[in-house]
Write a protein that binds this ligand. Structure first.
Ligand SMILES: *Cc1c(COP(=O)(O)O)cnc(C)c1O
Length: 340
């Protein structure tokens, strides 16, 4: 049976072209800074976002955690959404790695506002933790892949500048936001002190993330990456997949967005599908109701070879990606149509 895996865009596999790029990659020891493929990926990504420097990392979590560590001192406070990946899905890493604490704000689908942030900055008072960093997430994963409003991000940047706060972007799915909105990547380079971008989400790459920032920031980041054991040797075989994805797998994210909207259309015809977060990119998050629970819904689809994730007592998540073909979407829509 054909397996249709909507659980996450982390399940994509390298395409034949990507595997060829890997097998012919030139490599060296990246801890010595001598891997040409890693160096090429880093300079390409830095130029793409208009940042001075970039650093290849094994995972998005490591990129985020390194950025937070570089931007903060132990005991500082980090402002983010209560749904932020850095806060709820990185194993308490902010406390573990940076010794910082989180001020989690209740936002709209994981997106917080400049007004909220301004109100959450601690006064200069010995009782209070020093607020030093704001983390945003675009697209917002737990917010159903929604895209931040550019004007709001500009207002947030102003608040950070006026209050001497650093601004980090968890851009695990930033390529999805860029494709959906048509924004210029360099705008992000101007707005944020640091950006982490995932290559392992929907792009076919087996692993990898890139952290971007100023030359001084990346110099500090390299020291932290080494301490965390993230200094890689012949990483060029992996970086080659990133270079390949940059060229071949960014524009096509629009197909994933189209497929997600198609699935949404069929799901929303069903009375057992309740509230669905607006589908802006490649993630669907929706309530199931009546006789269905997320677990029953997932088990039913599994028998048809369709995998989805129950993410709460009421919600199901489905994610489209490189390995979801139009035929798979068609079959899934047909199966959903038959459900009562
Ligand atoms: C997946 C993800 C990450 C972390 O990526 P890993 O490479 O799995 O560690 C960070 N932020 C967001 C929003 C993500 O979805």
């Amino acid at each position: 049976m054909m397996i249709i895996d909507f659980r996450s865009d982390t399940f994509t596999r390298p395409t034949p072209g990507m595997l060829r790029a890997m097998s012919t990659a030139s490599t060296g020891d990246d801890v010595y800074g001598e891997d040409p493929s890693v160096n090429q990926l880093e300079s390409l990504m830095a130029a793409y976002f208009g940042k001075e420097a970039a650093m290849y990392c094994p995972s998005g979590t490591m990129s985020n955690q390194i950025a937070i560590k570089v931007h903060t001192q132990p005991g500082d406070e980090v402002i983010c959404s209560d749904l932020a990946h850095v806060y709820i899905y990185e194993g308490g890493g902010i406390a573990f790695n940076a010794g910082a604490q989180v001020r989690a704000l209740e936002g709209d689908r994981g997106m917080i506002t400049a007004t909220q942030i301004a109100a959450a900055i601690n006064p200069d008072d010995v009782h209070k933790a020093t607020t030093s960093l704001v983390c945003l997430e675009n697209t917002s994963n737990r917010g159903g892949g929604c895209c931040y409003d550019m004007d709001e991000m500009n207002r947030i940047k102003n608040v950070c500048r006026d209050n001497d706060l650093k601004l980090h972007l968890d851009g695990a799915r930033l390529f999805n936001a860029l494709v959906a909105t048509g924004e210029n990547p360099k705008t992000y380079g101007e707005l944020f002190d640091s950006i982490s971008v995932c290559l392992n989400k929907g792009m076919g790459c087996p692993m990898g993330s890139v952290l971007l920032g100023s030359a001084a920031f990346i110099r500090s980041a390299r020291r932290i990456r080494k301490k965390l054991g993230g200094g890689l040797r012949q990483a060029g075989y992996m970086a080659a997949t990133g270079l390949y994805a940059m060229e071949h797998h960014i524009a096509r994210l629009a197909e994933d967005h189209h497929n997600a909207k198609q699935l949404a259309k069929y799901l929303l015809q069903k009375t057992f599908v309740g509230h669905m977060l607006p589908v802006e990119t490649n993630i669907l998050i929706f309530d199931v109701q009546d006789a269905w629970t997320p677990r029953l819904f997932a088990d039913y689809l599994k028998k048809e070879g369709i995998l989805v994730t129950p993410i709460s007592e009421t919600q199901v998540r489905m994610v489209t990606h490189l390995d979801i073909t139009p035929e798979m979407v068609e079959k899934t829509c047909a199966v959903i149509s038959q459900m009562e």
